[in-house]
Design a protein around this ligand. Structure first.
Ligand code: BV8
Length: 234
């Protein structure tokens, strides 16, 4: 069995990382248009760096939750049974990896990495990042940015994602509001390609009506139950 899983901020919510649209979520306190865009970074790099530095510090204190662990377990079992779990995440955290997932496609980039706008080299980066930091590769200063995809920028690994979407049997979205494209359109692509579709979320997402199967509740409870049911059917 080949499963395509798309995760969003709701998968990491119980690990203490903010979601984007829930009340009190990140965007409730920070306006994405003033922060998560190339224009904002050009206009006020210190403000944008401060936003990501705050989130990176939070991430270093966070731990994966039972949803991340269950997905890592399912990926391991399916790979042993000639199936597979293609794990695509909108999240910029590394909690899937820290829970043991072996393949994770970060379509919106990764918070614990910096990218040099001069030489394009991507470098692991756990400390605060700022305008004065030098690129470890080309030694340019002032050219490092968070390795994340901002609004208006092209998501990463889209060819690989498209290919995985068309070769899976089941598409599952976990902890995402279905508000941001192209990720929010994946379920329609899956339906058109003949995949079964399942939404696992705290509440109905903006595109809940597109999913054939839906399970609601906190991911740390609903995802392990769903994984056990899949494993029982293998
Ligand atoms: C693109 C990284 C072209 C940075 C993010 C006008 C101008 C410019 C662009 C556009 C425009 N209009 C539309 C667009 C396209 C735009 C877009 O969709 N905008 C939206 C606002 C309408 N998209 C883009 O710009 C994208 N690029 O289109 O390029 C292109 C297209 C196709 C192919 C090639 C090129 C780039 C978008 C990426 C932006 N970067 N993040 C950072 O992290 O700072 S987006 C950010 O929000 C996240 O990464 C995430 O992907 C996204 C959505 O958030 P969710 O993960 O869904 O989180 P949210 O809070 O919304 O929902 C959480 C859900 O969890 C809720 O449903 C909640 O109920 C649930 N939940 C909560 N707790 C739990 C839970 N579920 C389970 N358990 C719990 N405990």
């Amino acid at each position: 069995m080949k499963i395509f899983v798309l995760t969003g901020a709701g998968c990491s919510a119980e690990s203490g990382l903010g979601t984007f649209r829930d009340k009190g979520g990140l965007w409730a306190r920070f306006d994405p248009i003033t922060l998560a865009t190339p224009e904002a970074f050009a206009r006020d790099p210190d403000e944008v760096h401060a936003f990501y530095n705050l989130r990176r510090r939070n991430l270093l204190e966070a731990e994966p939750n039972a949803a991340h662990a269950a997905l890592a377990q399912l990926q391991a079992v399916l790979s042993q049974k000639n199936g597979g779990l293609f794990l695509c995440t909108q999240n910029v955290d590394d909690l899937h990896e820290r829970a043991g997932a072996q393949q994770v496609t970060h379509m919106h980039g990764e918070l614990r990495k910096a990218r040099c706008m001069a030489c394009e080299v991507v470098t692991p980066w756990d400390g605060d990042l700022g305008r004065l930091d030098r690129c470890p590769s080309c030694h340019n200063s002032g050219s490092l940015r968070p390795h994340v995809v901002w609004f208006g920028e092209t998501p990463l690994s889209m060819d690989e994602i498209e290919s995985a979407l068309h070769s899976a049997d089941l598409f599952v979205a976990i902890g995402t509001s279905g508000a941001v494209y192209p990720a929010a359109g994946f379920v329609s692509t899956a339906r058109q390609a003949g995949l079964q579709t399942c939404e696992i979320n705290l509440e109905a997402s903006e595109n809940a009506h597109v999913f054939e199967e839906r399970h609601y509740g906190p991911a740390s409870l609903t995802v392990p139950i769903w994984v056990q049911n899949i494993l029982a059917e293998l």
